[in-house]
Design a binder for this molecule. Structure first.
Ligand SMILES: [Ca+2]
Ligand SMILES: [Ca+2]
Ligand SMILES: [Ca+2]
Ligand SMILES: [Ca+2]
Length: 477
């Protein structure tokens, strides 16, 4: 089934930081990618349930990330999602998205908050990311039974099966899924953390050593869905800096159920494997952010009007006329900054399944964010993905013990996963919800090996803030 092209494209979200940081940035060297990680436990005592906070960021001026997978130490007491009622609040994330709207530089900071619900793992009971019932609200965002739990948590979003599968095309089965929804710039947004058994191959380009622990994959919108159809939208850039803080709760708000349990006394390592986006011309700006992706920019596209005297989003280095504002230079319907070939028409085909040479709708075979119609090597990605693996040791108790899973977890216990008999030991996920990571469209390489670019879909009518599913964000206890 082809998805309706009414949803717009863009890039997207999560995390952020004040713009103050932006103004001082002046770089012309090749792109850098130095993400940061900080893991903090409210209560680091052995075998206790503790809130776990994971701060993940990409510094100002760095290229943004293509993909991020966090690993929760294998001895952590991870309570399986099937042992927690669907709809239970399991965590929260706060961030500020730094966005470029409608061809502007990165000058819009939007605070974004999510409350996460324990969510269905049933891959056979799915829900759409789109508005299949035409009521102006994407199906995942609705709450048809009005129980304050979004339908995208109560049922399994079908695109996940297309984004995360094994070599044979079978969907990967998560052991826990935490989903949250909100509205950003008029767009309904879905953010999810999926936790898998240690050793699960998320993508061949990412490490899968079971010793790293439970891989936690963050999915933002339907990034990576091969069925995606790009469409123009108002969010034209997703910028660094990126700052996000994610809290995975240790237990439910009323204290009646554990959601995760610290391991025994010892020192444990959290790991985040990530990839920075490609920068073909080595000027410090990743391809999907760089309107002149094959030639070094004169200005800094993160700063308003820098190197762009007519303010149309096209740097003077490749603007055919930098004194004449043309917000959509090639008139293909995609604003310059939201167009993977800003100087060559590659807009939406008139007939959905019959693209013409000039209407390839942002087609990008090698997923390097340079559209096929302007890519000098359309079958070979231009620029390198930057792989970074960062770790942090976390001490439990004195930190000097021999370690091991808490009682009830680990091999042979219910924590291993299959036996629900031991309800008192509900394992947790820790940070599964760990890193506040986001998979930005495209970079997608990994998570999106097959698919398209978009990450944030704009739904014009969701401008009206739909009833926010659920409880207040930011609860503490
Ligand atoms: Ca450039
Ligand atoms: Ca210009
Ligand atoms: Ca174009
Ligand atoms: Ca390309």
């Amino acid at each position: 089934m082809r998805l309706k092209p009414l949803l717009g494209w863009a890039a997207v979200v999560v995390a952020m930081t004040p713009l103050l940081l932006l103004s001082g940035v002046d770089r012309s060297e090749a792109g850098t990618f130095e993400p940061t990680l900080k893991v903090t436990l409210d209560n680091p005592e052995p075998e206790q349930s503790s809130n776990t906070t994971v701060d993940f960021g990409v510094p100002a001026g760095d290229v943004n990330f293509a993909a991020v997978v966090a690993f929760v130490p294998k001895d952590w007491g991870v309570v399986r999602g099937k042992d927690i009622p669907i709809g239970t609040i399991v965590g929260e994330l706060s961030s500020t998205a730094t966005l470029g709207l409608i061809n502007s530089a990165c000058n819009t900071a939007l605070p974004v908050e999510f409350t996460f619900f324990n969510s269905s793992l049933d891959v056979n009971d799915t829900i759409s990311f789109y508005d299949e019932d035409d009521n102006q609200t994407p199906d995942f965002y609705e709450d048809k039974d009005k129980n304050d739990v979004p339908d995208g948590a109560e049922r399994y979003p079908d695109f996940i099966k297309r984004v995360l599968d094994d070599k044979d095309g079978n969907p990967l089965q998560p052991i826990r899924r935490s989903a949250g929804v909100t509205v950003v710039a008029g767009t309904a947004v879905l953010l999810q953390f999926l936790l898998f058994e240690p050793g699960t191959v998320i993508d061949e380009a990412l490490p899968s050593d079971p010793a790293l622990g439970y891989p936690s994959v963050t999915l933002l919108q339907n990034a990576g869905d091969p069925d995606v159809v790009p469409a123009p939208g108002p969010i034209t850039d997703f910028c660094s800096p990126l700052v996000s803080s994610n809290v995975a709760y240790g237990q439910t708000e009323d204290g009646s159920m554990k959601l995760q349990v610290n391991p025994k006394d010892g020192t444990y390592q959290f790991t985040v494997a990530s990839l920075g986006l490609r920068d073909a011309d080595g000027d410090g700006y990743e391809n999907n952010f760089d309107t002149c992706s094959l030639v070094a920019n004169e200005g800094d596209p993160r700063v308003p009007n820098s190197g762009d005297s007519d303010g149309d989003g096209l740097d003077a280095a490749c603007d055919p006329d930098d004194d004449d504002t043309n917000s959509d230079e090639d008139l293909d319907g995609y604003l310059n900054r939201g167009d993977n070939c800003p100087l060559k028409a590659n807009g939406q085909p008139i007939e959905p399944d019959a693209p013409t040479a000039d209407e390839t709708n942002q087609e990008d075979k090698d997923l390097d964010f340079i559209g096929d119609v302007c890519d000098p090597n359309p079958d070979t990605a231009n620029g390198e993905l930057i792989f970074k693996q960062i770790t942090q040791d976390v001490k439990i108790g004195t930190g000097t013990g021999t370690g091991g899973p808490p009682a009830g977890f680990g091999q042979g216990s219910s924590g291993g996963g299959d036996d629900d008999s031991n309800t008192g030991l509900i394992i947790a996920i820790a940070a599964g919800v760990a890193a506040a990571v986001v998979v930005v469209g495209g970079g997608a390489y990994l998570l999106m090996r097959r698919g398209g670019p978009p990450t944030l879909f704009i739904h014009p009518s969701s401008f009206i803030l739909l009833r926010r599913a659920s409880s207040s964000p930011g609860r503490t206890w």
